[in-house]
Design a binder for this molecule. Sequence first.
Ligand SMILES: NC(=O)c1ccc[n+]([C@@H]2O[C@H](COP(=O)([O-])OP(=O)(O)OC[C@H]3O[C@@H](n4cnc5c(N)ncnc54)[C@H](OP(=O)(O)O)[C@@H]3O)[C@@H](O)[C@H]2O)c1
Length: 413
Amino acid sequence: MNCSKSTVLRAAARAAASAAGPAPARRSIFTATAAASSSSACTAARFTRPAAARAAPTVTQKRFVQTLDFGGSKETVWERSDFPKEKLAKIFANDTFAVLGYGTQGYAQSLNLRDNGLKVIVGVRKGGHSWEAAKKDGWVEGKTLFTIEEAADKGTVLMYLLSDAGQKQGWNTIKPYVKKGKTLYFSHGFSIVFHEQTGVVPPKDVDVILAAPKGSGATVRSLFLEGRGINSSVAIYQDASGQARERAFAMGVAIGSGYLYETTFEKEVHSDLVGERGILMGAIQGAFAAQYDVLRAKGHSPSEAYNETVEEATQSLYPLIAKNGMDWMYANCSTTARRGALDWAPKFYSATKPVFEELYARVEDGSETARSLEENSRPDYRERLEEELREIRESEMWRAGKTVRGLRPENQK
Ligand SMILES: NC(=O)c1ccc[n+]([C@@H]2O[C@H](COP(=O)([O-])OP(=O)(O)OC[C@H]3O[C@@H](n4cnc5c(N)ncnc54)[C@H](OP(=O)(O)O)[C@@H]3O)[C@@H](O)[C@H]2O)c1
C-alpha cells in the first residue's frame, strides 16, 4: 500500500499528542484494555513467558459495572476495578482453586490467581512437560503441585484447563471429583457445548462457569504484571449455588482480565472457533499467501512481495488501525491508496463472506470440533503438526520474512 508515510507519521503524532492531553476525570473503559485484544488461539506463547513474577498491582474499587454503547448496542461490562483484591478475598474466602492443566492458560491463570492472594493448587500429569514447567514456576510437589486427581479432590473450584482434546480424554478421571457445591470452570465452551462429542456432562448440583481470555496465556500474564488486563468473556452454564454469576465475573478478574463482557458457552465457542480459523489466523495466512503469490507470479522480488504484503501491514498499518480505527487509517493515507482501498474493500467482502458463512456453519454443526478432537487426540499429533508447520516455515514467503525481520534495525546487533 502506498500510504504517504509522512502523512501517517504526522497524523500519528497528532493522535498521540491529543491522547496525552489532560487526564479525564473518569477513566475511559477502553484506555486500559484497548491493546489487549488478540488471538485466542496462540498456544506457542508459553515459550515467551514473562520471566519473573512480581507483586500483583494494587487495584482500588472505583465504581460498579456500567452499560456502554458498542456501535449502537448497549452492553454491560465489568472491569478489574469492580473486583479489587479485598473483594476477591471475601468472595473466595473458602475456596481452593485447582488449576487442572498447565498449558499457556493454566500457567498464566494460576500465577495471576496466586498473585491476587487466592489459594491455588496445580494438577497435572506427573513427570510430563507441564509438571516440570510448574515446578520451575514455583509450584511445590505435595504442597501446591499434585496429580490431576489429587488436585481435583482438594479443589473447590476445578479449573478445567487441559487441552480441549485432553478434556475429553480426562473427563472420566475428573468426574468423580466434580461434587455438589463445587464450581467447574472452563476457558472455552468447547467441551460443554459439544458434549455429544466430548462426553463432558457435569452433574446438576455444581456451578459451571467460563472465563475465556481473548488472547494467549502469555499476554494474560504479561498484561497482569504490567497492571493492565486482557479482555475476556464470561458465561454461566449452570447456577446451582445461586452465586455463579458474581463468582464468574470475580473469577474473570482474579485470573487477570481488564474488562469482561457476558456471553453464553455456545456463543463463546462459535465465535472463538470462527475467529481463529478466520481473520485471526486462517484467513490472514491464506490472504497473505494469495497476494504474495500473485506478486511473485508477476515478477516482483520476494523482498518486494513480502514488504507489500506482510511487513508493511504488521509493522505500520495494523498497529495504527488498532490504535485509531479503520476510518482514521483511510483518512491518513495517500489519496491514491484511500481511493483504491475504498473501491476494493466491497469486492473482498463479497469474495470472503461466503467462506465465513461456510466456516460458521461447520463450527455450528460440530464438524470443526469433531476434526479438532480427532486430529489432536492422535498419539503422533505433535509430529504431524510439526510437519505442517515446517511447510509454512519453509515456504518462500516466510523465509523471505525471516530475512526481512532480521533487517529491522532493532534486530541487528
Ligand atoms: N491457548 C490460548 O491462547 C487459549 C485462549 C483462551 C482459551 N483457551 C482454552 O484454555 C484451555 C487450555 O488451553 P491451553 O492452550 O492453556 O492448553 P493446551 O496447550 O491446549 O493444553 C496443555 C495442557 O493439557 C494437558 N493435557 C493434554 N492432554 C492431556 C491428557 N490426555 N491428560 C492429561 N493432561 C493433558 C497438558 O499436560 P502435559 O504437559 O502433561 O501434556 C498441558 O498441561 C482450553 O480449553 C483452550 O481452548 C486457550
